[in-house]
Design a protein around this ligand. Structure first.
Ligand code: NAP
Length: 319
């Protein structure tokens, strides 16, 4: 087992949902962390952590990347985009891992976060480019590990939080696209711990690992559970696939692409990958029920405070 204490680790995409969790844990483990993103100022709370420095840059800028890689032991790549036109998506999912593979060839380890279900014949641009990016990353001379999570949940996620917003707005009826699509939602803290675990285990170099949580959920199950947590009564109506495709085509034209044909296609691939990989890494996979009620507000502030204290937090806030 290696230690990451005093290792210099650059995290590309460190301001994102997974990145914020990872950086906090890396810093706590004693690593020196460089956070690389276009808008690091969005995470000023990370800037106060000792051993964390933020660098503003775009992974499409070879000079900025070369500067960020200089003197590092390890790189973690979290840059990805769920919805984007073909060219920018390819630039981030394929061209960028290829550049990282080459520029990071002298590193001790590269951890590349892809997505469960990434496949060369992937029905969506997202899954197909993720797969191609994995292939390009594997060409590096450095030891590498690819982590491919199913959907990730946790405070600030775009899964339960997004559905909660949609359900609150829904006028009694909520259409459910790909209602029977299956996932193994995995807790963001467990994904971050998996990154740290593979960095300390040389036997994980050269492996691709799919990460899932302890339970398989359907899309309908996730929505029904979210309704229950919010105390909302909504009629969940399964949308037939042809209609869902049409919905994707129409919503894909809206600003911010709230839903798209490509996202619809990604949902045709089940990612109920199970939690065996997390367990093998020595991580006890967290269930949805252990965290979601806390950040959806279904648990009282007093109970949240009690848990915070129980888990070792200091009295920095009052209920
Ligand atoms: N969240 C999930 O459920 C999930 C599931 C499976 C796989 N994944 C994969 O896991 C990875 C991380 O996911 P996430 O949810 O943390 O994503 P996220 O919240 O969208 O974060 C993406 C990060 O990439 C940075 N970024 C985007 N474009 C960039 C560019 N051109 N140059 C530099 N930085 C750039 C963003 O910061 P700036 O905008 O400031 O640059 C941000 O820090 C992604 O590859 C994603 O595909 C996520």
């Amino acid at each position: 087992m290696f230690s990451i204490r005093d290792k210099r680790i650059v995290v590309f995409g460190g301001t994102g949902f997974i990145g914020r969790e990872l950086i906090t844990r890396l810093a706590r483990s004693g690593a020196y962390v460089t956070l690389f993103a276009r808008h690091p100022q969005r995470c000023q709370e990370l800037g106060v952590l000792q051993r964390v420095r933020a660098v503003t840059g775009d992974v499409r800028d070879p000079l900025a990347v070369a500067r960020a890689l200089a003197g590092q032991h390890v790189a973690v790549n979290l840059v990805g985009v769920l919805a984007a036109p073909p060219k920018p998506m390819r630039a981030l999912h394929v061209d960028w891992p290829a550049r990282l593979a080459e520029g990071g060839s002298a590193l001790e380890h590269i951890v590349h976060v892809s997505a469960a279900g990434a496949n060369s014949s992937g029905p969506s641009r997202y899954l197909a480019t993720k797969h191609e990016g994995e292939a390009r990353l594997r060409e590096t001379a450095a030891p590498w590990t690819i982590l491919a999570p199913s959907v990730v949940f946790g405070p600030g996620d775009t899964l339960f939080n997004r559905f909660a917003s949609l359900l609150r707005m829904a006028p009694g009826v909520m259409p459910v696209v790909r209602a029977q699509a299956r996932f193994s939602p995995v807790y963001v803290g467990d994904v971050a711990e998996a990154v740290i675990a593979v960095l300390t285990r040389p036997d994980y170099a050269g492996q691709r690992i799919e990460l899932g949580g302890p339970e398989a959920w359907t899309m309908r199950g996730i929505l029904a559970y979210t309704c229950r947590q919010l105390g909302l009564k909504r009629l969940l109506v399964d949308v037939p696939d042809p209609l869902a495709r049409l919905q994707g085509a129409v919503m894909g034209l809206l600003p911010g692409q709230p839903f798209s044909t490509d996202q619809y296609r990604s949902l045709t691939v089940d990612t109920d990958v199970g939690d065996a990989a997390l367990s093998a890494l020595g991580i006890e996979p967290a269930a949805v029920e252990a965290h979601v009620p806390f950040y959806l507000g279904a648990v009282s502030r007093q109970a949240q405070f009690d848990r915070f204290r129980r888990e070792g937090g200091g009295p920095t806030t009052t209920p």
